[in-house]
Each structure stands twice: as structure tokens, then as C-alpha cells.
Design a protein around this ligand. Structure first.
Ligand SMILES: Cc1cc2nc3c(=O)[nH]c(=O)nc-3n(C[C@H](O)[C@H](O)[C@H](O)COP(=O)(O)OP(=O)(O)OC[C@H]3O[C@@H](n4cnc5c(N)ncnc54)[C@H](O)[C@@H]3O)c2cc1C
Length: 400
């Protein structure tokens, strides 16, 4: 198997590296380095978004005709890897990786013309309104009512775990327009303006102290029928199409490599017995375990990449990646907390503010160690739980 890249792709890598060198300032790098959870704060997220938009590199996955870069899959893989290795901020996926591709596939011409440029520029910031209290893994049981009233729907009910609903000015969501048939029937896909009267957003603060998710309430919210994507009662088709983008993506292996490097560097600073923690047999075994899992992730990523390059679909293998990735992320936060010992305990949110002159108590990894540890518990739930992914693998890969 030849896993090296062509000379053209290596030249592209060089171009990406030199762009990242010049475009990333200390504030952006620091914001990402000390990001306490999965999602970067809106302010730094959108600043980086606008830099990439100005360069024309904001939408590597979109077709060129709609404002994408026109890069091939290898270029996109290189981009994902290099931005991660350079410590670039992550860009929110709800508009660029979910709503945009969904509109390109299923939107009307008017919806594409209006929304796509606004996603690219960052003018519109989206949140995803799928889950409801009692409807997560079993999404088709959702019950937020949308009653027809002339050329509008009137919405009543609530959505929950809505990431960044408090920052977003738009939401794409699933609503119930008919409950007489199978649960998958009677669901409709709508685009909403978050300023519409009757919408209220209540924060849900994690044990980590961060505010990423919300519950959103709808009280007689009027939404024009022109904001529907696809046919009435056929939103499940659109929702399934969009989920393929939610679980796709690449370059994650580079992020875990960087995180593992940081745990190793930290362990080299911590005294243990007559040496340092990285030499302690128990801790070393767990570092080695992480190293082996990282190899598995990198090669699975390559395998998916090779399949995509040949025009094949990644299929249920993306569920394997989702589980490997969330387990790896959690394992690394556990090792960090363990290595830090008592230095992981102080709650010091001021020290991680960009531009702060508050010195950390102990090693700087302690600033975010516990927040990340708590925050990443959610990674095996968000985007489909590990158990649900295992069901998919059992059925579609193992044929059980
Ligand atoms: C941090 C975070 C961000 C999120 N962001 C969003 C967002 O922006 N928009 C949005 O719409 N949703 C969002 N979600 C919701 C997420 O998609 C759901 O939490 C997830 O799908 C699980 O649904 P649930 O919480 O209802 O748990 P449940 O479905 O009630 O699951 C409870 C437990 O039962 C297990 N279980 C359920 N069904 C099965 C089964 N068939 N077989 C085996 N085990 C099963 C699960 O694995 C889990 O352990 C977010 C969640 C989190 C934690």
C-alpha cells in the first residue's frame, strides 16, 4: 500500500502551511489551545471564519459553483490535517458542513441563492433543531407541532441540546406536521429565523462550567411555508441526507496526535518515583495504548479517504470512526487529569481568557484539563451515541 502523496499534493501542503503561518495570530491560536470544550466560542470562531472567507477557503467541501474551493479529496484531507496541526480554530459545522450541503442537495433555487452566500460569509450562524426531550436516538418520535395556517406554519413545543442556539440567528429543524402514520412520515424540514416572536432560548450549563447547549421553546411561532425544505411530511428524507454530512469529515487523527503529544510532554514534567511519570510502567502502558489506538484511527481515516477517492461511500465505517474518535478523546482527557493530579483541580477560567495575564496554578494544561474532561463525556452522546453507532456497525458491517 502506498500512502504517500503526489508532488502536487505536497506542494499544496506547502501552500496551506504558509497561509496558516501568516493568517493565524497568537489570539486565535490561544483561543483554540485553551478551548474548554468541543466548540470554540462564537467570537473567535467567526473571526477565523471571516479570514478563511476572505481567502476563498471557507468551504472546502462545497462544489466550486456554489462558492467551494473545488479541491479534490486529498487536498481536503491535507487541509483538515494541517489546520489541526497548526492549532487553527475549528469552524462551526452547523452552517458550512450541514445546512449548506443539505440546501445544495434539497433546497429550492431561491433558498440556495439567499442562504448559501450568507453561510459562506458568516452573516448567518446556524443551529440544529433535531433533538427534543424524549426524542434523541429515537429521533423519529419527535413531536414539536407545526399546524398549517394559510401560507404559514404555527409551531409549539421545544427542542433540546441545541448547540450554540444562543449565538445563532438561524435554525434548521424538524417539526411534526402529521401524526397519523409511521413516525418517520409526517415530519417536515423547516428553516427558521431565531428572531421570530415566540422563540425563547434557555441555557443548559455543563458540569464543566461551559455554556454550549440550550433548550429552545416555541410558543405560537409563525414560519412562512416558503421556508420549508422538501415536501411537507417528507422531512425525514432531508434529515437523513443531512446526517451523512454530520458524521463525515476527516483530519481528526491529527488532533488526537497533537493532544497525545501534549499528554506525553506533560508526563515528562511530572515527578514519579525516581523518575518522571512517562517512565512509570502503569502510565506508560496507557500512553502506549493511546498510541496504538491513534494508529488505528489514522489508518481507518486513510481507508475511508481511499474509498471516497474511488467514488465509494464511507458507509457505516464512519460510525466506527465516530466511536474510535470519541473514545480516544475521552481517554486523552482522563490521562491529562491523572497526570496533573492536584494541579488539575483549581477552577481557573480567568487564566484561559485570551490575552489574560493571570498565571496558571501549576502546568498550563491544568487551565482546561477538568473542563475538557467533563465536556468530552458528551462526545459519546452528541451526534448519535456510541451504543447507537454500535447497532449500525452490528447490522450493516457485521450483518448481525
Ligand atoms: C453536547 C451535545 C450537543 C448536542 N447538540 C445537538 C444539536 O445541536 N442539535 C440537536 O438536535 N441535538 C443535539 N444533541 C443531542 C444528541 O443528538 C442526543 O443527545 C443523542 O442523539 C442522544 O439522544 P438522547 O439524549 O435523547 O438520549 P437517549 O436516546 O434517551 O439515550 C439514552 C441512553 O440509551 C441508549 N440507547 C438509546 N437507544 C438505544 C438503542 N436502540 N440501542 C442501544 N442503546 C440505546 C443510548 O446510547 C444512551 O446511552 C447534542 C447532545 C449533546 C450531548
Amino acid at each position: 500500500m502506498n500512502i504517500s502523496f503526489s508532488a502536487e499534493h505536497e506542494a499544496f501542503r506547502g501552500e496551506v502551511r504558509s497561509f496558516l503561518d501568516s493568517a493565524l495570530d497568537d489570539d486565535l491560536r490561544q483561543a483554540q489551545k485553551f478551548c474548554p470544550g468541543i466548540f470554540l466560542d462564537y467570537e473567535h470562531n467567526i473571526r477565523w471564519h471571516k479570514i478563511l472567507h476572505a481567502k476563498g477557503w471557507i468551504a472546502p467541501g462545497w462544489p466550486k459553483a456554489h462558492g467551494g474551493t473545488g479541491w479534490d479529496l486529498t487536498q481536503r484531507y491535507i487541509w483538515g490535517t494541517e489546520t489541526t496541526l497548526a492549532g487553527a480554530p475549528s469552524v462551526a459545522p452547523m452552517g458550512l458542513s450541514m445546512c449548506g450541503p443539505m440546501l445544495i442537495g434539497h433546497g429550492t433555487q431561491a433558498q440556495k441563492d439567499y442562504y448559501l452566500p450568507r453561510i459562506l460569509s458568516g452573516e448567518d450562524y446556524w443551529c440544529q433543531g433535531y433533538s427534543e426531550p424524549g426524542s434523541g436516538s429515537d429521533l423519529a418520535s419527535l413531536s414539536l407541532r407545526a399546524d398549517s395556517d394559510g401560507d404559514h406554519y404555527v409551531l409549539n413545543g421545544s427542542k433540546i441540546w441545541t448547540t450554540h442556539a444562543h449565538c445563532a440567528n438561524r435554525m434548521f429543524c424538524l417539526v411534526r406536521t402529521d401524526d397519523s402514520g409511521r413516525p418517520q412520515q409526517g415530519i417536515t424540514f423547516l428553516l427558521l429565523d431565531m428572531d421570530t416572536p415566540g422563540i425563547s432560548v434557555e441555557p443548559i450549563v455543563f458540569a464543566s462550567g461551559t455554556h454550549e447547549v440550550n433548550q429552545v421553546f416555541f410558543d405560537d411561532v409563525r414560519v412562512p411555508k416558503a421556508n420549508r425544505v422538501g415536501k411537507e411530511d417528507d422531512g425525514w428524507t432531508v434529515a437523513k441526507y443531512l446526517l451523512e454530512f454530520e458524521r463525515g469529515g476527516g483530519g481528526g487523527g491529527a488532533g488526537y496526535r497533537t493532544a497525545l503529544g501534549r499528554v506525553k510532554a506533560l508526563a515528562q514534567q511530572i515527578p514519579a518515583g525516581t523518575g518522571t511519570l512517562d517512565q512509570d510502567p502503569g502510565f506508560k502502558r496507557r500512553l502506549d495504548e493511546a498510541d496504538i489506538n491513534l494508529q488505528a484511527i489514522s489508518y481507518t481515516e486513510m481507508r475511508i479517504h481511499a474509498a471516497l477517492s474511488k467514488g465509494e461511500s464511507p458507509g457505516p465505517e464512519s460510525s466506527i470512526m465516530k466511536n474510535l474518535g470519541s473514545t480516544m478523546g475521552q481517554h486523552l482527557t482522563e490521562l491529562t487529569v491523572e497526570a496533573l493530579g492536584m494541579y488539575g483541580a483549581p477552577h481557573q477560567p480567568q487564566a484561559r481568557q485570551v490575552g489574560s495575564n493571570v498565571a496558571p496554578v501549576g502546568p498550563e494544561d491544568g487551565i482546561v484539563a477538568f473542563s475538557r474532561y467533563f465536556n468530552l463525556r458528551a462526545s459519546s452522546i452528541a451526534g448519535g451515541t456510541n451504543e447507537v453507532q454500535k447497532n449500525i456497525v452490528a447490522k450493516l458491517v457485521l450483518g448481525l
